[in-house]
Design a protein around this ligand. Sequence first.
Ligand SMILES: [Zn+2]
Length: 429
Amino acid sequence: MRRVVLVLIGACAIAAAAWGIHSLPGTVTAHIGPYDFSAASPVAALAVILLFVAVYLLIRLLGFVLFMPRRLRRWRSGRNRRYGDLAVTRALVALAAGETADARREAGRARRLLGDTAQTLLLAAEAGRLGGREDEAEAAFKQLTAQPDAAFLGLRGLLRQAMEREDWTRAYALAKEAESVHPAAAWLRKERAALAVKTENWVDALALADADAPKAALAAAAAGQATNVVQGLHLARRAWKEDRTLPAAAIAYAARLRADGRERRAQSVLRESWERAPHPDIAACFLAPLTDPASRLAAAKRLTKNNPQHLESRLVQARAALDAGQLEDARFHAEAVRATGLNQRRLWTLMADISDADGTDSEAARMAQRDAMRLAATAEPDPVWRCTACGTPQTAWHPICPACGKTATLRWSTAPVSVSTAMTARTAA
Ligand SMILES: [Zn+2]
C-alpha cells in the first residue's frame, strides 16, 4: 500500500514536471561557431535533461568497467570464504567421525580456498595424523610454529609427535620452547618435568619437580651433573638435607665438600649418614682418600664409632682389620656378624679371606677356609640396589630405574620384591 502511494506520488510529480516543461513559453537559441541552434523551450529543456541522463549513464558505465577487476576479486574471495568455511566444517566432522580420507580431502580443500591460516594448517596436520601421514602433519605443524599467534599449536603438535616416537631429547626441547611461547600452560610444566627425567636432565627435573617428587634423589643426581662448582655444592647439600639416609646424597655432598677442600666436613656428613643408615658405599667413600691399611682401619673405627655393633659397621671394621693384618680383630667382628644369623655371600667370603690370611698351614685352618668357601657358594646373595616397582636388581644406585624408568624406586635390599609388592608399587607410581 505504501509502495502504491509512493508510485502514485512519483507519477504525479513526473506528470507535473512534464506539464511544467510543456508549458514553458518562448524559444532557446544557441550560437556555437558557425552553427545556430534554435528550439522551443520545452524541447530545449528535454534535450538538457536527456543530455544529463546520458552523461550520468556514461560515467556509471566507465566506473563499472574500471572497477570490474576489484569486483571480481571480491566476488571470488567471498565465494572462496563460503566454500572454505564449508570445507572446514566438513573436515571437522570427518575428524570427529574418524573418516581419514574425507578429513584429508576437506582439509586440503579448505587450505586451497582459505590459504594457510592457523585453522586450515591445524586441520591439515590433524587430518595427516589421523591418516598416519606423520611427515605431512609435521610439515603443517612446522608452518604453524612460524605464525606468532599460533606457534604454540604447532609446537604442541610437534611435541606430541616427538613423544610418540619416544624422541625424548627433541620432545624436551619442544616442551621448553612451547612453555616460553605460552608460559601459562600448566600441563606443559608437568610434561616438561617428566621429559626432564626421561632425558636425565636432573637440574631441570629438580627445578620443575612438584611437592610429591623425590627431591633428594633428583638433587643428588643433579649435583653429579652440575658443572658449576657452587651450584654442584648447593644441589648436593640440598639432596643431603632432604634425605640423610640416602647414600647417594651423602656421597654427592661429601664429594663436593672434598673438592672444595673441606675434608673434615665431608667426613662429618658421611659419619652422620652412616649413623642413620649404614651402607657399604658410604664406607667406601669415607675410606677412599686413604691407601695405607693402618690409616684405613683407624678411619673405619672413626666412621663406626657411634654404632660399632651394627652389622654393616662390623663388616667394615672386619675388612679394614683384615687389610691391616689385625686378624684377631677381623675374626672377632666376623664371628659377631655370624652370630646374628646372617647368611650372605659377603660374610663367608670375608671369613674365607681371614682364614687365607691366617697363613697357618694347619688342617683346621684349611678346613675353616673350605667351609667358608662352601657356605659362600650356597649362601643368600648379597644385598643389591633393587627396584621396588619392577624388582630388577642393579649394581649401582640410579635416580631412575634403568629397567622400568620409574623415579627413585631403587632400594638396598636382598630379598627379591614379590610380584604383588611390585604391582602395588606400580599402581601407586
Ligand atoms: Zn624398575
